[in-house]
Design a binder for this molecule. Structure first.
Ligand SMILES: [Zn+2]
Length: 435
């Protein structure tokens, strides 16, 4: 099979390529996501007073220990309701930090729920951080303030509550039915330097887990700017450079999922790792070489972050529910799909085309019914053409690929698409002269 050269822009009459396969079970699951439940989870989290990493771990009503035991209890109840499909654990470890002079190693305790897939060597991670702080008031010492009230309703009670709700709806709809394992991760010590997510990312790396995607919901509930501007109908996704990175491929995937499942809720891609001088729990996964992505509200108000003003009244739970629906459709699509054809490569065809055309090839992926070649101009943020190549594992691309990006993805018999892998691989930002 072959494909004639495509222009840099799709003609106005050309149909939008099918980037995402819609699944009826996913659509039903989205209707099960309940903003009232998300509000009740966040209310419980706020009721612990502070969830600072160094706060009380003994009390049953106040502090970070009570908060994580409550989260563990919620997830465990979902696990019992699905006959054990969800495995809940305290994920503890020691992590080095430079943030606390004289205290270089910290114990972190994440709360993690595993929904095993048929292939337990692959995982999609969706997380949020349950710790809170009032570290923006009172100078440097505020970072150590583990007793003042730190509601953290939005940062990151909103993301934590969304992930708890995701664990509930996934365990109801997809217990023992996914191809990939899904990990619902509630991180400790994000505010101390991403310590909880750093620990889990390293643990997954050490156990040779193939993390397809690691996403974090962090600050996903505010819709009102300081000047009164309101935006409750769009959400930002942050995906790191370069433009051919796994993170950017994940960003394009989430963007397409949103357009397909939630047309009234706009995904706004931001092509950078995170907001300026800010961090999030996707970063440790990106550092391990995996695809990472952050979801954050469209409009932030830093007057209500890391302060006692981060209260429930400023969280719009209908909005958080829409972010959770976008999360759910993305996680389910990825977890129902075959693995990415990571072996894909592209070879320039000099004998027949003088080097303008290319041969793409890849090894068969277990569970894949067919494959697709995706194409976009180098200046296009999203794929413009999708070509089904059937069950073949090679393809003659009649395109001057120097002017485009091509990618290969696997398609399951259920229609679900894997994340694509870009060819040819980009191994350096500044190519050697012979490339
Ligand atoms: Zn945060």
């Amino acid at each position: 099979m072959s494909l004639a050269a495509c222009g840099t822009q799709r003609p106005a009459s050309a149909p939008t390529p099918q980037l995402i396969h819609q699944d009826g079970r996913i659509a039903v699951m989205l209707t099960d996501i309940d903003p009232r439940r998300i509000r009740s989870y966040d209310s419980a989290l706020v009721s612990f007073g502070t969830r600072h990493t160094y706060s009380d771990t003994v009390s049953s009503t106040q502090g970070v220990g009570a908060a994580r035991r409550w989260i563990h209890a919620q997830l465990s109840a979902f696990g019992r309701a699905c006959n054990g499909c969800l495995r809940v654990e305290y994920d503890t470890g020691m992590v080095q930090t430079t943030s606390y002079p004289g205290r270089p190693i910290r114990l972190v305790t994440n709360v993690v729920a595993w929904l095993p897939g048929r292939d337990t060597t692959r995982a999609v991670v969706i997380g949020g951080h349950y710790d809170s702080c009032v570290c923006a008031v009172g100078g440097a010492a505020a970072r150590f303030d583990s007793t003042s009230t730190a509601p953290g309703a939005n940062d990151d009670g909103s993301g934590t509550s969304a992930v708890i709700e995701l664990a509930r709806v996934f365990s109801r709809m997809f217990g023992n039915q996914l191809e990939s394992t899904v990990i619902f991760a509630l991180y400790d010590a994000e505010e101390q330097g991403l310590l909880g997510s750093t620990h889990l990312a390293r643990r997954l790396k050490a156990s040779r887990m193939n993390v397809i995607a690691a996403m974090t919901d962090d600050i996903v509930g505010n819709v009102t700017a300081d000047d009164g501007t309101v935006d409750s109908t769009s959400v930002r996704i942050f995906a790191a450079e370069p433009d051919t990175s796994r993170s950017r491929e994940l960003g394009r995937y989430v963007w397409a999922v949103g357009e397909s499942y939630l047309p009234g809720f706009r995904v706004v891609p931001v092509w950078r790792l995170d907001r300026v001088n800010r961090g999030g729990d996707h970063r440790p996964y990106v550092q391990e070489g995996w695809a990472g992505l952050r979801f954050s509200e469209r409009i932030e108000n830093e007057k209500r972050q890391h302060r006692p003003t981060d209260e429930l009244a400023w969280v719009n739970f209908g909005y958080v529910a829409n972010v959770a629906r976008l999360n759910a459709a993305t996680v389910a699509s990825l977890a129902l799909a075959p693995a990415t054809p990571d072996s894909a490569r592209a070879a320039r065809d000099v004998p027949l085309s003088g080097g303008r055309h290319w041969t793409l090839s890849w090894s068969a992926v277990p569970g894949a019914a067919s494959y697709e070649v995706l194409l976009r101009a180098t200046t296009s943020p999203q794929y413009e053409r999708v070509v089904s190549v059937g069950a073949a594992t090679s393809y003659d691309l009649h395109v001057q690929l120097d002017d485009h990006w091509a990618a290969i993805r696997a398609v399951g018999s259920n229609g679900q698409r894997s994340l694509p892998i870009v060819v040819p691989r980009v191994t350096r930002v500044i190519p050697a002269p012979d490339q």
